[in-house]
Structures are given as C-alpha cells and as structure tokens.
Design a binder for this molecule. Structure first.
Ligand code: NAP
Length: 248
C-alpha cells in the first residue's frame, strides 16, 4: 500500500468541514483540520482536529515541517485574510503544494439595493442615512465599528456572545446558520428592519437575508472582501477534491 498523503485543511467554514469529511473518505489521504478556536462550540469535522493559532508564518511553517504535511488547503472564510497570506507564505517556505478554496462572492442582481463599501468604518458612515432599525450580520468581532451609533437600534446576529462592552444598542441573537428564506422574511418583518449590513461572504448558508431584503426593497450595506494572496484557488469543494486526487 502506498504511503498516505497528509493534508492540512485550514477551516472554520462549512466548506472546510465538508472537504475534511470527504477527503478523509479517500484511503490515500490522512486529514488534519485546523481551527482558530474563535467559537465556543466549533463544528469539528475531522477526528484529527487541532485548535488554536500557529504563531504567524514561522509557526505555521514549523508545524507543516514537524507534522510532515504533504499538502495544504486553505478553506478559511473569505474575510479571514491574514491566515490566507500566512498559509501561502508557509507552504512556499515548506515547499509543499497549496490550494485556496474561495467560494464566489455574491453578485448584485436586479432589485438589489446594495451600497458597497470597503470597510466596517465606511458602513457605519452610510448607515444613519438609511434607517433607524438595522440588522447587523457581520459577526461579533466587528461590532465595535458600529458602537458609536447610539441613536440607532441594531439587531445583531452571531454565533457566540460578544466579548466586550463596545457594542451598539439593540438586541443580540445567538444563532448559527444556515437560515431559510422564510426565517429571514419573518425576522425582517418582526423587528421592522430598515437596512441590513452584511459581509460579502458568498455561499448559500446566509444568502436568504439578501433575497428577503430584495423582496422588501430594503437596502443592504455590503462590505466587500479583503484582498487575498495570489496562488492556486478553486471555487468549491468538488474542485478541491479533484485537485487533491490529482496529487495522490
Ligand atoms: P484571520 O484574521 O485571517 O486570522 C487571524 C489569526 O488567527 C491568524 O493569523 C492565525 O494566527 C489564526 N487563525 C485563523 N484561522 C486559523 C485556522 N483555521 N487555524 C489556526 N489558526 C488560525 O482570521 P479571522 O477572520 O479571525 O477568522 C478566524 C477563523 O474564523 C478562520 O479560521 C475563519 O475561517 C473563521 N471564520 C471567519 C469569519 C470572518 O468573517 N472573518 C467568518 C466565519 C468563520 P497565527 O498567525 O498566530 O497562526
């Protein structure tokens, strides 16, 4: 029997979890998943899962060498830019193949009222003109950018409770997607939402709110993605599995 290839999958997304499960079904592959450890109840997809930071590019490079990783797949969230830059640099230093799985961004379609901005600070500037009651779906790490908007009311949805006091006024909903269109429609109606703030995460799990906003003519302040490193990338799990098979 040929030696198994050891694959490190940088995760924290549903795509990474699916990829880890499906790659582990290949007899020639040994999967190790890596999570940053941000959420209290992480979705652990592999029996081999390590949790926590590596310690920058040097830490990740050491890990790749010490653990004799053969292939590195970065399936982190499109907004997790730092780890992606670290991954490509560490794979280069360790001279192993590297792939990034980057789901396509959502595209504006007919009926969408998007205001595209490049940062949360910019989103906070345009918001007061748009609505009194705002659905903030940006995750708990970004709430501080909106905390000064004390005369607006925010519905804030996230997986874990916010960690500091610097949050805008309103209500916190602790929920993990996916969310259905029915749920999103009734949430917008129930809380009388006048605008949404979203990151352009792409994918299906959180897209229903964009459809619900379109149906109701609600503006969406869409935070664009950060720059990502150059390097080989694919758009979905199927393509990542093909890339993997080609290297076994
Ligand atoms: P980030 O800004 O790109 O990364 C910050 C630091 O966290 C990295 O430099 C690295 O620390 C560590 N890190 C990040 N992902 C890691 C992983 N999978 N395994 C081990 N260490 C990791 O990332 P972030 O935006 O804070 O996101 C953290 C995690 O949450 C990511 O895994 C991402 O997939 C997931 N996530 C992020 C978002 C988002 O909107 N940002 C949304 C959903 C899920 P060292 O440099 O010390 O190694």
């Amino acid at each position: 029997m040929t030696k198994q290839k050891r694959v490190l999958i940088l995760g924290g997304t549903s795509d990474a979890a699916e990829l880890a499960i499906r790659a582990a079904e290949m007899s020639e592959v040994e999967v190790i998943s890596s999570l940053a450890g941000r959420t209290q109840r992480p979705l652990v997809a592999s029996k081999n899962t390590r949790i926590g930071n590596f310690g920058g590019i040097a830490g990740l490079t050491n890990y790749l060498r010490e653990q004799q990783i053969d292939l590195l797949i970065d399936a982190t969230h499109p907004f997790a830019a730092q780890i992606s830059f670290h991954a490509v640099a560490a794979a280069t230093a360790a001279t192993i193949p590297y792939l990034m799985v980057l789901r396509p961004a959502w595209e504006r379609t007919s009926g969408d009222r998007w205001i595209e901005v490049t940062s949360h600070a910019a989103a906070a500037v345009v918001l007061p003109e748009l609505a009194q009651r705002i659905f903030l779906t940006v995750g708990r790490q970004e709430l501080a950018a909106y905390a000064h908007l004390q005369d607006r009311w925010f519905l804030m949805r996230m997986i874990d409770p916010p960690s500091n006091d610097s949050i805008p006024p309103g209500k916190v909903l602790l929920e993990r997607g996916p969310f259905s269109l029915e749920e999103e429609r009734s949430l917008l109606q129930h809380y009388d939402i006048g605008a949404i703030v979203s990151k352009n995460s792409g994918g299906d799990a959180t897209y229903a709110k964009i459809i619900a906003a379109r149906e109701s003519g609600i503006p969406v302040v869409m935070v664009q993605r950060p720059a990502i490193p150059d390097g080989e990338h694919v758009a979905d799990v199927e393509s990542a599995l093909l890339w993997l098979k080609e290297r076994l």
